[in-house]
Design a protein around this ligand. Structure first.
Ligand SMILES: Cc1ncc(COP(=O)(O)O)c(C=O)c1O
Length: 412
C-alpha cells in the first residue's frame, strides 16, 4: 500500500550544508554537547550525526506524514511496506537478493543487539568484539552477564596494505574459549574499513567450526564510499546466514537517528522462527515517522535520487582533504572506505593529556576519546567528517595544532 505521504518524491536539490550557527541554534548534540574547560565554543566532531540535514525526499515524506496526522502508533500497512522496501534497497544497492519476509522491524540497532545477546547467546558465554569498536559493543554484553573478549585488530604491515584488518587468529582463540557471539561492524565504526568478500569469507571460515553467531551491524552500509562496494556477511551463503543476525537502518545514511526505526535481516528460516518468538518485544519503540522516513530513503534511492550520492561525494572529498593535510605528520590515519568517521592515532606523539582532552581544551574540537573504543586505543581519537569542507579543514588543522613543536617540525 502506498499513501501520498510515503511516495518517494523525486527531488534533485543538492545537499544543503547547515552552517555552524544554524546547528548551534537548533541545539544539535554534535555542536553543543561537549564543553571545553575554558567555556569556548566547541567544534562538533564526535557523535555520529551529519551536518547535512536529511534528503529532500525524506523531508517531504515527514512533513506529509505530519500534515496527514500520521503520528499515532505504526499502522498495520507500514511493516509489509518496509519489508518490501528494504529487500528492494538491499538488491539495488548491494546486490543482496533477500525476500521481504526475511526482514523484521526493530526500534533501532542496539536493541537488536541486546535481543540477540539475551535470546540467542548461551548464558554467560563471552562475546567477541574486534577493537577499536563502536563504544556500546564493549558495554552492552556485560549488562547481560556476558564477558567481552576484546580482540585488537591488525594494522600496518600486519593488515597487508588495507590499513586495518580483523585478527582472525585472535577471534578464533576467543571462540576456543567458548565465545557465543562475534560482533562484526561493517562498514567498520571507527576504522572506516568496508570489508571485502574475501575478508568476510575468511571470518566465516574461522567461525565455521564453532557453535557461535555473528551480529553483523551494517548501519553504515548506505554510506560505503565510491570504490568500496559493501557486502553483507550473510550474503555469502546460506551456511553463514544461518548463523548471522544482520542489522541495518536508514539512521546514519539519511541522518535520522532521532527517529528510531531499524531492520533485522534473517534469511535463515530457523533463525527467523527463533527471532519471531520474541519479535513483539523488540518491535516496541519503532516510530511511525522513522519508518515513513526509512521508506522514503530506500524507495527514493532505488528510484535514483541523488542526495545520498552527493553526501558520499562530500564525505569522500573531506577524507581526501584530511589525508592531504596529515601527510608527512606523525599522525596515524587510514582514509575510511565507508561512513564518515576518521580514526586518528597519536601513538608516536608525546602529549601531556589523552589526545581527545587536548583537542577539546586546546583546539576546541569535540572528538571521541579512543579509550572508550577499546583497551590500547587511549592515544587515538574518532573524528566526524560529515561536515562542510571548511569544517573538515578546521578539524584537520586542529588535530595538527596540538602536536608538540618538535613533531610538527617533522612534517613534510
Ligand atoms: C556501528 C553503529 N551501530 C549502531 C549505532 C546506533 O544505532 P541505533 O541508534 O540504531 O541503535 C551507531 C550509532 O552511531 C553505530 O555507529
Amino acid at each position: 500500500m502506498t499513501t501520498p505521504t510515503t511516495t518517494a518524491a523525486r527531488n534533485d536539490a543538492a545537499v544543503r550544508l547547515r552552517t555552524e550557527d544554524e546547528l548551534r541554534s537548533i541545539g544539535s548534540l554534535k555542536w553543543t554537547g561537549m564543553d571545553a574547560s575554558d567555556g569556548a565554543p566547541v567544534l562538533g566532531a564526535w557523535v555520529a550525526e551529519m551536518d547535512y540535514g536529511t534528503s529532500p525526499e525524506v523531508e517531504t515524506a515527514l512533513t506529509g506524514a505530519i500534515r496527514d496526522g500520521l503520528l499515532g502508533y505504526p499502522p498495520r500497512w507500514l511493516e509489509p511496506r518496509v519489508q518490501e522496501s528494504t529487500a528492494a534497497f538491499q538488491a539495488h544497492r548491494f546486490g543482496w537478493e533477500i525476500q521481504p519476509g526475511d526482514v523484521r522491524l526493530v526500534s533501532s540497532v542496539l536493541p537488536a543487539l541486546r535481543a540477540t545477546i539475551s535470546h540467542f547467546v548461551r548464558l554467560g558465554a563471552p562475546v567477541i568484539v574486534p577493537t577499536p569498536a563502536y563504544m556500546p559493543f564493549l558495554t552492552v554484553p556485560e549488562v547481560f552477564g556476558h564477558p567481552v573478549i576484546q580482540v585488537p585488530s591488525l594494522r600496518g604491515r600486519a593488515a597487508e596494505g588495507r590499513g586495518w584488518a580483523l585478527d582472525l587468529e585472535g577471534i578464533r582463540a576467543g571462540l576456543e574459549r567458548g565465545a557465543g557471539l562475534v560482533i562484526l561492524c561493517n562498514p567498520w565504526n571507527p576504522t572506516g574499513r568496508v570489508l571485502t568478500p574475501a575478508e568476510l569469507g575468511a571470518l566465516g571460515d574461522a567461525i565455521a567450526d564453532f557453535d557461535a553467531l555473528v551480529f553483523s551491524d551494517e548501519i553504515h552500509s548506505p554510506l560505503a564510499l565510491p570504490g568500496h562496494p559493501h557486502t553483507s556477511f550473510a550474503s555469502l551463503g546460506p551456511a553463514l546466514a544461518a548463523h548471522t543476525v544482520t542489522a541495518t537502518a536508514a539512521a546514519k545514511g539519511w541522518n535520522i537517528a532521532g527517529l528510531p526505526s531499524a531492520q533485522v535481516i534473517l534469511p535463515d528460516p530457523e533463525l527467523r522462527a527463533r527471532w519471531d518468538a520474541f519479535a513483539p518485544e523488540v518491535v516496541q519503540g519503532v516510530t511511525t515517522l522513522g519508518t515513513i522516513a526509512t521508506l522514503a530513503a530506500c524507495d527514493s534511492d532505488v528510484e535514483g535520487a541523488s542526495w545520498q550520492t552527493d553526501v558520499r561525494r562530500l564525505i569522500s572529498d573531506n577524507v581526501d582533504l584530511l589525508a592531504a593535510l596529515f601527510r608527512g605528520s606523525p599522525l596515524e590515519f587510514t582514509p575510511p572506505e565507508g561512513g564518515y568517521l576518521a580514526w586518528v592515532g597519536y601513538d608516536h606523539v608525546a602529549l601531556g593529556d589523552p589526545p581527545a582532552r587536548e583537542l577539546l581544551d586546546r583546539a576546541h574540537i569535540g572528538a571521541n576519546d579512543g579509550a572508550a573504543l577499546g583497551t590500547g586505543w587511549e592515544r587515538w581519537v574518532r573524528l566526524n567528517l560529515a561536515c562542510s569542507p571548511d569544517t573538515a579543514r578546521r578539524i584537520a588543522e586542529g588535530a595538527l595544532s596540538i602536536l608538540p613543536a618538535a613533531a610538527v617540525g617533522t612534517c613534510a
